[in-house]
Write a protein that binds this ligand. Sequence first.
Ligand code: FAD
Length: 325
Amino acid sequence: MFLVFIEIREGKVKKSSLEALAEARRRAEELGWPVAAAIFGSGLEVQAPLLFSHGANKVVFLEGESLADYSPEVYAFHLAELIKEIQAEAVFFAATAMGRDLAPRLAARLGVSLASDCTKVSVVNGDLEFVRPIYAGKAFLTLRLKNKPRVATLRPNVFPLASDFGQEGEVSRRQVQATYSRPASRVTEVLREEGAELDVTEAEVVVSGGRGMKAAENFNLLRELCRLIPRSAVGASRSAVDSGWIGHQHQVGQTGKTVCPNLYLAFGISGAIQHLAGMSGSKVVVAVNKDPEAPIFKIADLGVVADLFQVIPHLQAELKKVLTE
Ligand code: FAD
C-alpha cells in the first residue's frame, strides 16, 4: 500500500500533493498496490472526490483537536501510527516547506531512510528507485532505500498531474486522541505576507528579479506582471534579497528555493551558479540582461540583451493584449 500525505492550505489541497498522489498511483499500478491519501483536519470530506480522481483508492481523514494546527511532532506521530496500521510500504510527500519538515521526522520516528526532493521515481525489479539532484543540480543520485516503508519527498512541478482515475473510492475517518500531549513546538500565530500570492515553488511561471532591478520599489513591476499571468509568483536572486528589496521566501537558488516552473523569467540576474542551482530545472528560461556575456544566457532558451526597464512595459502591454482578449 502507498500512503500519500495530503497538504491542505486554507481549506484547499495543494497542487504539489496531487502531483505526489498521481505519481504514487502510476508506480502503484506497476507494483499492484492500492493508494491511500491521508488528510489531517476536520470538515475536509469535500476533498475526497478530488483525491480519488487524482489517484487515491482510499482517503483517510484524521480528525481531532490536536490536529487543527500543523505540528511536525504530532503529525509525524499520528502518521507513523497510521502507517503501522495500514502497513504502508511507501509514503510520499510533496517537497514543500511542510513536506520537507515532516518527512524526515517521520522517517526518524520509523527508523527508516528518506529519499528527499526526488525528481524521478521508477519501479526496478519490483522495488522503488528514486532519483534526486545533488551538488546544486550538477549530478543526479539514484537511490534504493533499504528499509520499509520507503519514505520520499517529491519535488513540486516535476511530476505530471493525472485526474482521470474516477470519482469514487473508500473513505475512512478516524478520531485522533491527544496522545502526544507535550509537543516541543506549536503554532501560535500564522502570519501572512501582505498580498501574498502563490509560493514560488508551486508557481507555473516565476517572474524573477536580480540586482539589475536596482531598488525595492521596482519589484512592483514584477508583481504587476504576476497579476497578469495566472499561477505565477515573484522570485529573486540572493543579491536582491540581501539588499532588502524583497523577502527571503522569494529567493531562488542554492540557499533559497528550488523551482521547476513551465516558464522562468529572469530580469537583471547574472546567472551565478548558486542561482542556477535553484532554477535550471525550469522548462523554459527567458532572460533579460543588458550584458550579452551574462552567464544566464548559457542556459536561457530565449535571451533578450536589453535594459529590463525598457522591456517590461512592452511585455506588460503584450500580455494585457494576449491575456485579456
Ligand atoms: P549580479 O551578479 O550583480 O547581476 C546583476 C545582473 O543584472 C548583471 O548581469 C547585469 O548585467 C544585469 N543588469 C543590471 N542592470 C540591468 C538592466 N537595467 N537591465 C537588464 N539587466 C541589468 N544567489 C542566488 O541567487 N540564490 C542563492 O540561493 C544563492 N546562494 C548562494 C550561496 C552561497 C554559499 C554563495 C557563496 C552565494 C550564493 N548566491 C546565491 C549568490 C550568487 O553567487 C550571486 O552573487 C547572486 O546570484 C547574484 O545575484 P544577481 O544575479 O542578482 O546579481
